[in-house]
Design a binder for this molecule. Sequence first.
Ligand SMILES: *Cc1c(COP(=O)(O)O)cnc(C)c1O
Length: 385
Amino acid sequence: MAKSKLHFNSLTVHGGQKPDESTGAVMTPIFQTSTFAQTAPGQHKGFEYSRSQNPTRQALEKSIASLEGTEYGLAFGSGLAAIDAVLKMLAPGDQVVSTNDLYGGTYRLFTSQFQKFGLDFQFVDMQNPEEVEAALTERTKIIWVETPTNPMMRVIDIAAMAQLAQKVKALLVVDNTFATPYLQQPIGLGADIVMHSATKYLGGHSDLVLGTLAVKDAKVAQQLYAIQNSSGAVCGPMDAFLTLRGIKTLHLRMQRHCENGRAVAQYLRNHPQVDAVYWPGFEDQPGYPIAQRQMKDFGGMVSFRVKDDQLKTASKVVSALQVFTLAESLGGVESLAGHPASMTHAALPPEERAKNGITDGLIRLSVGIEDAQDLLADLEQALKF
Ligand SMILES: *Cc1c(COP(=O)(O)O)cnc(C)c1O
């Protein structure tokens, strides 16, 4: 059976990979080399210099492309390096329309690094397509979507955004870090580029920093390969190998992340010390019908607000947790807890944070793959006061 015809749960294991031709090694070797021998000037086996092409990175690039349902993939030294490459397709005067509760690091890259080169960024409530439409101009070149959003777990309608992007001939880029291709495949919904911080669920073990792009169209992909080679923000072969290894169990891990996420969200919703819980799987949330349509399940990210919404209380809770580790990041096998206002979203001005619900009492959980009973017991003891 042709490998491209495999189901998702087999592509995680096999996508873009085959036994090494020179040795038969079943796992893609870590090609820890900067350069490749040529038999005559310009005669080589498709690899010249590891910034331009590296076999381990190439296997990962093909793997991520296969998971996102396309042919073109690229891997970078971090998620932000991948985003940086996408923005370098633009020219002064171009506009990006994005969501108002964007990942803090993306917001910082947009506003602190690219605004000064004459790019214009508009941040709107993307749950409301009319608000997006009102922000579009003939200068809009990219609609940048993140769904579910971080940390408020708002759900944005990817297919609706694709229609708007087509109207103004802009590219639709989806940051698919939270959902992963296991839960959501944006290219099938009309996206042009899918970005991942593979640091999170794709790598899945909190042992690397890496970013990827999957691209629908050959022409756009060629532009991005040229930027990748010119700017050089590539990942090393060791991290590419670790990401490939992580991806092999993505479907198994995601299944457990979703089960545990559901258990934690439901537990917190009934807790007297908790004021609000944000998780895309609650039927009474505005984004639920869209989540049900575009996602296979609801993921392992859950945010909640402590009753008094005070920094002191939130701080006490996250410090008391013992199975959950207080740390930045998400998507690893181990459960993590974070305080967005002072950690991941500290880069956002306080007014921006408050406007989007990122108050001092908000806690974000990345629910891992441990036994759910241990996670609930840990929350129980930390919320006892
Ligand atoms: C972490 C993250 C990024 C940035 O990725 P890095 O690998 O940390 O550079 C971008 N978007 C989202 C949603 C993230 O969680």
